[in-house]
Design a protein around this ligand. Structure first.
Ligand code: ADP
Ligand code: MG
Length: 228
């Protein structure tokens, strides 16, 4: 039989910041290898949903499960490891360490997992090649274009072979052409790695390449079909 266990499952997530209810019962299931686009107006809770799913923040209530592991049942160490090894994060901009070169930035997650320097370096170079930015391997973020830096950030998110990649408006800070290239690289690389991808975006072209689109409104998730 086919395995129908979702890769990630967030159920009835609530999160309040002060008096702002950012999530009011949002749910999202992601199948292995699935690409889900999350759209919706600014302030509707998209980033908060991603952060809860990624284990960056804890929801006030509701559950997040990776296959059969509930995040809140794991020890802090186990949660950190799951996040490092199974989750890739790509943010809008500015997540690379400015003092490090591209290859050093991409090698970082592997070094944190105690892989040898040479092994980490080789894997990082390979990932940069896959993203088409091997030529900036020895450059620091300040010496790259925005699009190059974003593809380096994608390489860093993918270098640990995560099961799921979360990208929060990954092309938001780029011009159209650079944004399209970075996005195509992100989709191709996640598909190539067999990873699932949850991508928050205002760009309907992104939604068009996704397997499924979910729209957020006022802290709730709704499948797009239901809105039309
Ligand atoms: P989106 O990504 O869709 O723009 P967010 O998830 O960032 O929405 O935010 C949802 C709501 O929660 C907004 O009203 C935002 O101001 C608020 N919010 C998000 N994070 C915080 C925080 N750390 N502190 C206070 N309010 C927050
Ligand atoms: Mg956001």
């Amino acid at each position: 039989m086919t395995d129908t266990t979702p890769m990630v499952r967030g159920v009835d997530l609530h999160k309040t910041f002060g008096r702002t209810a950012a999530l009011r019962g949002a749910s999202l299931e992601v199948a292995p290898g699935e690409i889900v686009a999350v759209t919706g107006p600014s302030g509707s809770g998209k980033s908060t949903l991603l952060h809860c799913l990624a284990g960056v923040i804890a929801p006030d209530s509701g559950s997040v499960t990776y296959r059969d592991r509930r995040l809140d049942s794991l020890s802090a160490d186990a949660r950190t490891r799951l996040r490092r090894l199974e989750v890739g994060l790509v943010l809008q901009f500015g997540q690379l360490v400015p003092e490090l070169t591209a290859v050093e930035n991409v090698a970082l997650p592997l070094l944190l997992e105690k892989r040898s320097r040479s092994e980490a370096q080789a894997a990082a170079l390979e990932e940069l090649e896959r993203l088409g930015v091997a030529d900036v391997a020895d450059a620091r973020p300040g010496e790259m274009s925005g699009g190059e830096a974003q593809r380096v950030a994608i390489a860093r998110a993918l270098v640990t072979s995560p099961s799921v990649v979360y990208a929060d408006e990954p092309t938001g800070a780029l011009d159209t052409v650079a944004g399209e290239q970075a996005l195509a690289a992100l989709v191709a690389a996640t598909r190539g790695a067999g990873a699932a991808l949850v991508v928050v975006t205002h760009d309907h072209r992104v939604a068009a390449v996704a397997d499924r689109e979910v729209e957020m409104r006022d802290g709730l998730t709704e499948p797009v079909e239901a809105l039309r």
